[in-house]
Design a protein around this ligand. Sequence first.
Ligand code: SF4
Length: 405
Amino acid sequence: MSADAVLSASVVREFARRLLAWHPIHGRSDLPWQGSRDPYRVWLSEIMLQQTQVVTVLGYYRRFMDRFPTVGDLAAAPLDEVLGLWSGLGYYSRARNLHRCAIEVVERFGGFPSTAEQLQSLPGIGPSTAAAIASFCFNERAAILDGNVKRVLARVLAFDGDVGTSAGHRQLLAHAQQLLPPADRMPVYSQAIMDLGATVCLPRQPQCGVCPLAGLCKAHRQDQVTHYPLKSRKIKRSSMRLWLLWAVRADGAVWLARRPESGIWGGLYCLPVYESSQALLQGLPERLRPTVQEQPAFLHALTHRDLHLHPMQVVVDGRRDRLGQGQWCKPSELPGLGLPAPVRKLLTVRAQALDQAPHRREGAAPAESDPGACASPVGAPPSARCSRPQAPLPIVHPRRVPGGA
Ligand code: SF4
């Protein structure tokens, strides 16, 4: 159908009815956030699920709910702790907005507001997330239009607008709004259409044979299911090389710097990042430059970008040496810090290599009195490890991670 055509009466009459009948038998009911009318739970799951698969989100969701059972607990927590728990989930602006939003919910509204319009005024909550919270928790007739739902609608309607443009999105949203059931059925309907998109109307191999909408679906009738949704704008994949200064001390501490808020790994603690090996060397005191050892480079794949990471290791003798902006962080502090996933992996690999190293020396002086030590929320005693890594460490195998993990 053309983007601005009128929906047929049978589609308007049948669409929601079929989904509502299908969901109690075939919909998902095993996810920890499902069936909840608590806007905090719905909001947290919706933010985590943006650009991220359910299987990845499950562990993070449980850990967040254990640590922050209410929006007030999340609002009261330090941002570093939130970033630490989020570490590895990618797209870190989501975590910063999550924290900001929790504070605003508490301070501005004294709890989650109940309309999609008010919800959209909060940091990190877009129209689809606002619709999800408002429909699940407050029965509002607000249409969700995330990627899965767009696919279902575009196929059923054989929608020939470009869903990647704001005009196409707007037109599809207008159609979606017409298909909604009465307010009291909104929670089940919203869950049903999301579940259908996630489990039946799959991007490459839709299961039309078991789909409750097959009798209404134009794309299925025309045998053109994978033709929809139309998306003309494709995001080009890019690649980038980065050099990581991996400075270690004899007591196992590593030098970490906080990343700027915007850009890659925004707001996280990280090995200092440089755009070339020369720039990295120039940033070091002259006496350390000849001792730098290049470690094997590895690939870290983000959704739209390949990062080629080159760790450059240097062992620093002086306990009070500083290497520009940053601080020494003891191994015991690393689990509580928000670190980019590949950096955490790199540091973990190193810790394992050190545990197995023949030169491991117990009883090296702890760095507790070091004024430059990392001010992390974790206060466990420092581990005492000798760190004189000479041999190249094992390569960290490429792994595709959605977002900025
Ligand atoms: S019939 Fe096929 S293409 Fe149409 S909504 Fe169902 S699964 Fe998707």
